[in-house]
Design a protein around this ligand. Structure first.
Ligand code: HAM
Length: 424
């Protein structure tokens, strides 16, 4: 069977097994975030285009060529969100979230859209879980955010990610670095890829994280931002690393971390995992103290977003998978169909997952189905059993079949469900 209409390139179906994994990670991440005081915010999937153009930056790859931008029926330019930070800060300013007191800590989860060249680990619709701490400019906020990310990997037993950090300076110190970098790039421009040649004028910092081998080679001796930091940015960065050391969070200082979004200043970081291959960043983020002012407000902030497909790929799932239903209720005669549905519902009300036949199939076909679904306990009932108030319980693991009174079966199922919930 093949569908004659297929999903759009770069957009994929997430089948139940993968959805189960994403859900599992999300549930654990939500609990983890809450322990640090982060609460969920649900943000729109579509925003006015200007929001992203102003915050992410007109000359970034995202804004220049990766956004899904449309006109709505009123001729307004709208964009499917390529990321969540711009919306989070907009929502903070618009909804007066400042009144939550202290640092506003929010997280979001959902699909993002970028018109990138699809490849393994890179999709046009992908899922992020991200969090933002808005309203706190101090270095300990940075350290806590990075610590939280590191502890999430620990919680998920992912032990081979590396956290790379850098400082991107601020409006004071970055211009002199940029000037030196442009001079350097111009002197080596013949050795750069064609894309980077253009970037010298538009977005020179991005040249630093170009993955094309000739550029990596050409940039070996380029100036680095860390050498140009002003005293305040130096003190900030030193305090971040001091706190990370104190928290025993492993990290590496990597001057090539420049990030593809223009709103960053000071601390920028990425978590990478070599097992992911070419698209090795599983999470990334940084500080964005000037972003709110681009949107008409004023608040420092820092956060990160995790690529959920990538994270799911590096979690070791061992034997964790969707479990088969607990019971199959088979009816041996037509008269038992509705009573079978009733028993199924009763068991569901106790919290069990139950399958039953909805297609008037033979008992043999029903048992085959149960087997295919890997259901270990099958209840069989027919006219005779109904008359006598009993049922047959087949246990595929123990390879037994016993006859039980209906009341006995129901009571023991109810008791087991109570004790498995710990309130027996
Ligand atoms: P970003 O680096 O653009 O940052 O994306 C964060 C993560 O999303 C990446 O490290 C990657 O795991 C995942 N990701 C990005 N693009 C794709 C794609 N096309 N397919 C699959 N996964 C992808 C941001 O989005 C910032 N908003 C992060 C942030 C939050 N900064 C501060 N707060």
């Amino acid at each position: 069977m093949t569908a004659n209409i297929r999903a759009i390139r770069g957009f994929r179906d997430i089948h139940p097994e993968e959805a189960f994994r994403l859900h599992d990670i999300e549930a654990r991440a939500r609990e983890h975030f809450l322990r640090y005081g982060y609460h969920e915010i649900r943000l729109p999937v579509v925003e006015v285009t200007e929001l992203f153009a102003r915050s992410i930056g007109e000359t970034t790859d995202i804004v220049e060529k990766e956004m899904y931008t449309f006109e709505d029926r009123n001729g307004q330019s709208i964009t499917l969100r390529p990321e969540g930070t711009a919306s989070a800060v907009r929502a903070y300013l618009q909804g007066g979230l400042k009144s939550m007191g202290g640092i506003t800590k929010i997280y979001y989860s959902g699909p993002m859209f970028r018109y990138e060249r699809p490849q393994k680990g890179r999709y046009r619709q992908f899922y992020q879980m991200g969090l933002e701490a808005i309203g706190g400019g101090g270095p300990l906020v940075d350290a806590e955010v990075i610590d939280l990310l590191h502890k999430l990997f620990e919680l998920l037993e992912v032990n081979d990610t590396r956290i790379l950090i850098n400082s991107l300076g601020c409006g004071e110190c970055r211009p002199s670095f940029r000037k030196k970098l442009v001079e350097f790039l111009e002197s080596t421009s013949d050795k750069l890829c064609s894309n980077c040649k253009k970037r010298i004028k538009t977005n020179p910092l991005r040249v630093l994280d170009c993955k094309v081998p000739v550029c990596i080679e050409a940039l070996k001796d380029s100036p680095v931002m860390l050498d140009f930091l002003c005293p305040d940015c130096t003190a900030h960065f030193d305090r971040v690393t001091e706190a990370l050391n104190g928290l025993e969070v492993p990290y590496e200082v990597d001057p090539r971390i420049v990030r593809g979004l223009d709103y960053y200043n000071r601390t920028a970081f990425e978590a990478v995992c070599e097992r992911l291959g070419a698209q090795n960043a599983v999470a990334a983020g940084g500080r964005y103290d000037g972003l709110a002012s681009e949107l008409g407000g004023d608040a420092p902030g820092i956060g990160f977003a995790i690529g959920m497909e990538r994270l799911s790929q590096i979690v070791d799932w061992k034997n964790k998978a969707i479990s088969p239903p607990d019971y199959y209720i088979a009816s041996a005669t037509p008269g038992a169909r509705i009573p079978a549905l009733n028993i199924a519902d009763l068991l569901r009300s106790y919290g069990y997952c139950v399958e039953t036949d909805l297609e008037d199939r033979s008992l043999k076909a029903q048992l085959r189905s149960a087997n295919k679904l890997n259901i270990r306990s099958v209840v069989i009932m027919g006219d005779d059993e109904l008359e006598r108030g009993v049922l047959k319980l087949k246990d595929f693991d123990k390879k037994t079949q016993v006859e039980l009174s209906m009341d006995e079966f129901v009571e023991s199922a109810a008791n087991r469900s109570r004790s498995s919930k710990g309130d027996a």
